[in-house]
Design a protein around this ligand. Structure first.
Ligand SMILES: [Zn+2]
Ligand SMILES: [Zn+2]
Length: 397
């Protein structure tokens, strides 16, 4: 039987009624029409805060690590705090879909499904408003700026986070390529560490007829393009996994009369573990220094989009596994799809509490994440919501 159909049988009523699910689906599509980039999610945060009103959280915290929002549902007695996290941001990619709810903003699109993850938490909010947890607290965290790796760190660094301190943190990401509604879950690493390395080489321009009068970064750049790439060519996703992808390079100006005095190289460094990333950073910086010194150039290096490794804690995985099983949501723990080579800033929550993320199939032939024709499958709102609600009920009653 198709996994999604299997999971729906007799379950829908226990979660939300059809009218409520329709309302939340409409909310998802409204988010989809108005995508905002990392750190700019002002309108999205406002829409979330307004939509939460219908679900009457006990407390709503706004402005968390930027545009983050947290909704707290309080139990009647003391107990643990269970946090579930979704992301608010969209991508600087032009959406090409012809759907009625396609992006209304040129060059921006919800093409990673964060609109759907947010709607899933909104469905969870509605279910929690019908029946609050018996003990402890359930916190729904709408995190900003996931796509550039800044949001989780900013939320954790916000003094307001102290009052939200969780005992468990859960999240999901939709996963095109897996059957619709089928979940993948594993202990240990689920996403890679990565960071953008920006190298600027500065020398001295000269007349193109007399390059010897200047200091051109041409040879240093040519060496670095090859040697940086050679530091890591991928391979099996184990502790040694190392991949360097040069994503952008620029030399001098588009002119025939000038010997260049400036070059810039952007490269994405990727490893499975933070430890291996430390080694890779040292090797890459060593190469840059070596070629800069040899050519008499000055080199500056900066990093952006820093993602740490994302690993699932066994205790949190076992809570999710139990909930998926009880909800009849088909799942597997095979190593075929996990870990993912992509990065995810959810890993940082693992530093404050046992945390786990599961992956929910968006369909085997669904457009891939960040593709211009991607759209979140609305059917997953209910599946993800039920998985999280069951996890919360099992932990908090
Ligand atoms: Zn993404
Ligand atoms: Zn994403």
């Amino acid at each position: 039987m198709h996994p999604l159909r299997q999971t729906r049988v007799g379950m829908v009523r226990m979660f939300l009624n059809g009218g409520e699910l329709d309302e939340i689906t409409a909310f998802r599509r409204e988010l989809h029409r108005q995508p905002e980039l990392s750190g700019e999610e002002v309108g999205t945060a406002r829409m979330v805060t307004e939509a939460l009103r219908a679900s009457q959280p006990d407390t709503v915290v706004t402005g968390l690590g930027g545009q983050g929002v947290a909704a707290i549902y309080q139990g009647a007695s003391d107990g643990p705090t269970v946090m579930v996290r979704a992301e608010l941001d969209a991508l600087p990619i032009h959406e090409i879909s012809t759907l009625p709810h396609r992006s209304e903003i040129d060059g921006k699109g919800h093409l990673c499904g964060h609109d759907g993850h947010t709607a899933t938490l909104m469905a969870l909010a509605r279910a929690l408003s019908h029946k609050r947890p018996r003990r402890g607290r359930a916190i729904l965290l709408f995190q900003p700026a996931e796509e550039n790796g800044a949001g989780a760190a900013a939320v954790l660094a916000d003094p307001k986070f102290e009052t939200l301190r969780p005992d468990f943190v859960f999240s999901l990401h939709n996963f095109p390529g897996l059957p619709l509604g089928h979940a993948a879950l594993t202990e240990g690493p689920v996403n890679c560490a990565s960071r953008g390395m920006r190298i600027v080489l500065s020398g001295k321009t000269a007349h193109a007829s007399c390059p010897e009068d200047g200091i051109a970064p041409t040879f240093a750049m040519a060496h670095l393009l090859g040697e940086l790439t050679g530091l890591g060519v991928g391979g099996p996703l184990n502790a040694e996994f190392t991949l360097v992808t040069v994503t952008h390079a620029r030399l001098g100006e588009p002119a025939f009369g000038i010997s260049p005095g400036h070059a810039e190289i952007w490269a994405t460094l990727r490893t499975l573990t933070d430890e291996r990333m430390g080694d890779l950073v040292q090797s890459a910086e060593g190469l840059v220094r070596q070629h800069a010194v040899a050519a008499g150039l000055t080199a500056s290096i900066s990093y952006e989009d820093i993602f740490h490794q994302c690993s699932n804690a066994p205790a949190a995985v076992s809570a999710l596994r139990q909930a998926l099983g009880e909800e009849g949501i088909s799942h597997d723990e095979g190593p075929t799809t996990l870990p993912m080579k992509a990065s995810e800033d959810f890993g940082l929550f693992g530093r404050v509490a046992p945390s786990a993320m599961f992956f929910l199939g968006a369909g085997e032939n669904h457009p891939r994440l960040h593709n211009p024709d991607y759209d979140f499958p609305d059917a997953l709102i209910e599946v993800g919501g039920r998985a999280f609600l069951r996890t919360i009920r099992n932990l908090l009653g």
